[in-house]
Design a protein around this ligand. Structure first.
Ligand SMILES: C[S@@+](CC[C@H](N)C(=O)[O-])C[C@H]1O[C@@H](n2cnc3c(N)ncnc32)[C@H](O)[C@@H]1O
Length: 145
């Protein structure tokens, strides 16, 4: 995505590529939006992913990620829990500095069967969604790698 001021044109792309390699996209992007991918990856894939993002972005790039967290809110725990430390450490080792990390939520559709496994009533909205704890992370690309 490029352009971030009033009147500037945006060039927004979604990629059909393996996020752990991003081969062919070297130095291409100045902003990355990760909508709930990171927590789907295992530890080695997360490291490769963060490294691939560094390779695929330009100097000064910004990374925004939203993933499930290991924190709790008034509802079910997230299914794939990631600690804040995991994010910070994995991103730091791949050349990213976390500049903002805050608690957020992700809307998840839960089946009644799954809800009862949590042993308490799960509050759902009119579309059957519940709010699941998440991290909203902002990181900046370091240039020292
Ligand atoms: C939880 S879904 C999120 C989908 C979408 N971004 C959203 O916000 O609704 C995670 C997605 O990551 C994809 N995924 C998992 N591993 C991947 C990889 N190594 N490279 C690219 N995509 C991957 C899965 O196929 C799945 O579509």
């Amino acid at each position: 995505m490029t352009g971030n001021g009033p009147g500037e044109q945006f060039d927004l792309r979604t990629l059909d590529a393996d996020a752990t390699s991003l081969t062919g996209y070297e130095g291409r992007f100045d902003t990355v939006l990760d909508s709930v991918l990171y927590h789907c990856l295992d530890e080695e894939q997360r490291r490769l992913y963060a490294t691939a993002l560094h390779r695929a972005t330009k100097p000064g790039a910004l990374l925004n990620l939203l993933c499930f967290s290991d924190t709790t809110v008034d509802g079910p725990p997230a299914p794939l829990r990631v600690s804040a430390e995991n994010r910070r450490t994995t991103l730091a080792s791949a050349g990213w500095t976390v500049t903002d990390l805050r608690q957020s939520t992700i809307s998840v559709v839960v089946s009644p069967d799954l809800a009862t496994q949590f042993g308490h009533t799960v509050a759902v909205d009119e579309k059957g969604r519940t709010q699941t704890p998440a991290w909203a992370v902002r990181a900046h690309r370091r240039e020292d790698l």
